[in-house]
Design a protein. Structure first.
Length: 342
């Protein structure tokens, strides 16, 4: 499980260089000069690192892997835009085949359209493999691997809690954008657990919705007067919501997202936690030892890679309801994907 403290976050990222990472820009070609037996490239979402959430949890898993695998070089790209990310990926695809096995990790659901576009245009060299995060797409090429951690079941349990603590005010679902399928699924799960329709607000129409903490903070003055619970699935933008809740007593109840964020606000009833650090460690370890990874995989509430964890101050109030509804949440999640057509 990932835990973050703002006072140690940046030193932890800088520490990555000390354990063998390389921060790269789009003009670098470090693998051609690598003395290692294998190499892994991570392309994080634009502006994602430092979010104290999903991206930093991935980094934690990568750091843990690197400390036990000195024979594998790790190269990290943190682009400023999707355009820059696309150039990095397309340049890598065009590099000629070499004797060094290379895994390219596209660590964002935003990259699925980009991957589809470029993989349809060219064949991939034999030494290359790809791991596409948060995608349900299946590729015939056995060197292209995808997975998605479904938040539906865990979010269903968040909706169960919201039902018990909103009173006369309905909850609000806040999503980074209206185009990212995994966060939309989380919203669907929350609404199902709550038991009736909820209003939905989008912070943007693209990836910038994940880096709009100031906007989310501003909107909270309006949202706090109208809603009794906010379920935010917006990456680093959630920080603005939690900040408002620390500064103003009228904040509604909240959900944390991706990591245990109960320490960020006493209004956070619980957190939808993705154990992406553990999952990526296991994927990288399998690739380093065998050169292979699982094919297309979906990990839901039953897998243990995602959960709804109540904050300690609310455990006594809601633990019985959450435990009672857990199997129902698992069943509803399975039913959802049987009919899922997004």
């Amino acid at each position: 499980m990932c835990f973050f403290n703002t006072s140690v976050l940046l030193p932890a990222i800088f520490l990555s260089a000390a354990i063998g990472f390389s921060a790269c820009d789009s003009t670098d070609s470090p693998i051609e000069e690598s003395p290692a037996e294998k190499a892994v490239i991570f392309l994080f979402s634009p502006g994602g690192l430092g979010d104290m959430s999903y991206n930093d949890c991935i980094l934690e898993g990568v750091q843990r892997f690197k400390m036990g695998h000195s024979d594998v070089d790790i190269f990290i790209y943190s682009p400023q835009s999707l355009t820059e990310a696309e150039k990095i990926f397309s340049d890598w695809l065009e590099r000629p085949e070499s004797d060094i096995p290379v895994l390219f990790a596209l660590a964002s659901s935003d990259y699925e359209p980009m991957a589809e576009k470029h993989l349809a245009e060219r064949n991939m060299a034999g030494n290359k493999s790809i791991l596409l995060f948060e995608s349900q797409k299946h590729y015939e090429d056995r060197n292209i691997h995808t997975f998605q951690i479904s938040m539906y079941g865990a979010s269903y349990l968040a909706g169960v809690v919201a039902r018990e603590c909103t009173g006369d005010k309905k909850p609000l679902v806040v999503l980074a954008n209206n185009s990212d399928s995994p966060i939309g699924i989380a919203g669907d799960g929350f609404v199902a657990g709550y038991g009736e329709a909820c209003n939905v607000e989008y912070l943007a129409d693209d990836w910038t919705g994940y880096v709009s903490a100031a906007l989310a903070y501003q909107r909270m003055s309006e949202w706090s007067g109208r809603y009794g619970f906010i379920f935010p699935v917006a990456g680093g933008s959630n920080g603005g919501i939690y900040r408002y809740s620390r500064e103003f007593d009228n904040s509604p109840f909240l959900a944390g997202m991706d990591t245990d964020q109960s320490s960020l606000s006493n209004k956070i009833t619980g957190s939808v936690i993705k154990h992406i650090d553990r999952l990526i460690y296991e994927y990288l370890t399998e690739w380093a030892s065998s050169g292979n990874m699982p094919g297309n995989q979906l990990y839901g509430l039953e897998s243990g890679y995602v959960e709804w964890l109540l904050s300690p101050r609310y455990e006594g109030l809601f633990a019985a309801s959450v435990n009672e509804k857990r199997q129902e949440a698992i069943r509803k999640e399975k039913e959802y994907y049987e009919t899922y057509t997004h």
